[in-house]
Design a protein around this ligand. Structure first.
Ligand code: ZN
Ligand code: ZN
Length: 147
């Protein structure tokens, strides 16, 4: 953790946030589709508890697809466990981070449709608020977990 400043690619303002080193902290960042909030997902954790298998990302894995697109169905299953953001948006692996000043794309379309860009991203900047995986589970997911 620590403070970090990035220049927003949309508005040009310098934006400060708390830097999270995803690999070192064993978390994944799912940004909201329509506001600067970010969901931090501990790994291993929620996906494993729900029996959602993570595809191998090895180059010679049988499921290998260009840009690690074999991860997209995994991402979709994990994202479906979470309730919408308080703003009404959805948390998703492939959503690029948004700027707390202009709500534009802070780092541009930094993932495109290429999961490999997400996997190798390495950090997330928490500019507004982080929500934690278990707090954000949908009512249905909570009920399933209680069984
Ligand atoms: Zn901005
Ligand atoms: Zn939101």
């Amino acid at each position: 953790m620590g403070t970090h400043v990035v220049r927003c690619q949309a508005c040009g303002e310098d934006i400060a946030g708390e830097i999270r080193h995803l690999g070192a902290e064993n978390v994944e960042a799912l940004h909201c589709s329509s506001c600067p909030r970010v969901l931090l997902l501990k790994t291993p954790g929620v996906p494993e508890r729900f029996g959602i298998a993570r595809p191998s990302t090895g180059r010679y894995a049988p499921e290998f697809q260009p840009y690690l697109r074999q991860l997209l169905p995994f991402y979709a299953k994990v994202e479906a466990l979470f309730a919408p953001c308080v703003c009404g948006g959805r948390y998703g692996y492939m959503n690029p981070p948004r700027c707390p000043k202009c709500n534009g794309l802070l780092r541009g379309d930094c993932y495109g449709d290429k999961p490999i860009a997400k996997v190798t991203d390495g950090y997330a900047l928490v500019t507004t608020a982080a929500v934690h995986d278990e707090d954000q589970l949908s009512p249905a997911a909570r009920a399933a977990m209680a069984k």
